[in-house]
Design a protein around this ligand. Structure first.
Ligand code: UDP
Ligand code: MG
Length: 327
């Protein structure tokens, strides 16, 4: 860090969090007041339909550290985080959920770790005691699967709550892809990382936006954007069935030649046809998943559109383009 105070940006994706925001802002501001850093808070309003935007605009008026990026519609948390990282100007950036599941009180410890030279500070959940057993079990299964399949190591029980140095943020911003599985991208960039354990609280108010269907799609996205293993799976299953079919064919021929054939085999035939049909559809489906993602990437649409950008009134960094009179 060069001379002067370190600059820290906090990125907060917000989607329909009206009920939590005042308490979140109060706790976050209290923590930031205690830090020896210049700070800015970048709220990204991800197409909220409740009073969240009005609340954020109020924060912007009341607190010179608060900036608001209002996206043109709901783009999903991953894109909202990307928008926040694009707008954050600090030497380090912390991404935190607005629902107070990630306690802002952990921030000083994260900053301490960053100051000791880490580029990435990961917050690892010690417990998931506020989440039901189904969620805990499915999450564990997901981490196991993706851990086996993908070429990068995706740390388990580490969410999006983390600190990234400027170097890491700039690296992330170079990823052009549209399907942004952030946990994977964060892992891909590497850089010296440190894990800190914390207790994840329950939601302060409001409801989670992640239905099981959405989580399932999220998992699919993670797997398909970080691993080509399912594509290979289809070839191996094909190979195995061909081998089995060859053995079975040899047996049928031998049987006909030796004992003669009293026309049996209708059930076998039906079973085989259905089984192979199913396998083929599954393989096509897997190819389709990848094809669909290529389709999305190839279109090269912008990742998000900003409707309104309220920069913090006391910017963490002198805004580019402003004339700086030299003393
Ligand atoms: N979020 C978002 N866009 C969405 C869904 C969620 O920006 O489409 C934000 C949400 O406001 C919160 C964070 O992402 O700050 C985590 O969302 P949530 O608490 O619903 O997820 P969970 O904690 O259950 O994983
Ligand atoms: Mg949450």
């Amino acid at each position: 860090m060069a001379a002067g105070r370190a600059r820290l940006s906090i990125v907060v994706p917000v989607h329909d969090e009206e009920a939590v925001l005042p308490e979140f802002q109060r706790r976050l501001a209290a923590v930031l007041d205690s830090l020896e850093c210049d700070t800015e808070i970048v709220y990204v309003n991800d197409g909220s339909t409740d009073g969240s935007l009005a609340a954020l605009q109020q924060f912007h008026r009341d607190d010179p550290r608060v900036g608001v990026v209002d996206l043109s519609r709901n783009f999903g948390k991953e894109i909202a985080m990307t928008a926040g990282l694009d707008c954050a100007a600090g030497d380090a950036v912390i991404v935190i959920d607005a629902d107070l599941q990630d306690p802002p009180e952990c921030i000083p410890e994260m900053v301490g770790a960053w100051r000791s030279g880490c580029d990435v500070v990961l917050m690892r959940r010690r417990s998931r005691r506020h989440e039901g057993w189904i969620k805990t079990a499915t999450a564990a299964a997901f981490y196991r699967t993706i851990g086996r399949m993908s070429m990068v190591d995706i740390p388990e029980n580490v969410g999006d709550f983390r600190l990234l140095s400027r170097r890491a943020v700039d690296a992330l911003r170079r990823f052009p892809e549209r399907s942004r599985f952030m946990k994977g991208l964060f892992a891909w960039i590497g850089f010296p990382a440190l894990q800190i354990e914390y207790d994840r609280d329950g939601r302060y108010a409001g409801e989670t936006k992640w239905s099981y269907w959405r989580l399932w799609n999220f998992a699919l996205e993670g797997i398909t954007s970080f691993s080509a293993a399912p594509l290979k799976l289809a070839s191996y299953i094909g190979l195995a069935t061909s081998a089995a079919a060859f053995l079975y064919g040899a047996w049928v021929i031998a049987k006909t030649l030796i004992i003669g054939d009293p026309v049996p085999g209708y059930p076998t035939l039906v079973t085989l046809v259905l089984f192979l049909g199913g396998l083929q559809l599954m393989a096509l489906g897997i190819i389709g998943e990848y094809l669909a993602r290529m389709f999305v990437e190839v279109k090269q649409r912008p990742l998000y559109l900003v409707q309104q950008h309220l920069a913090p009134r006391r910017a963490a960094v002198p805004q580019a383009g402003g004339d700086e009179a030299s003393p």
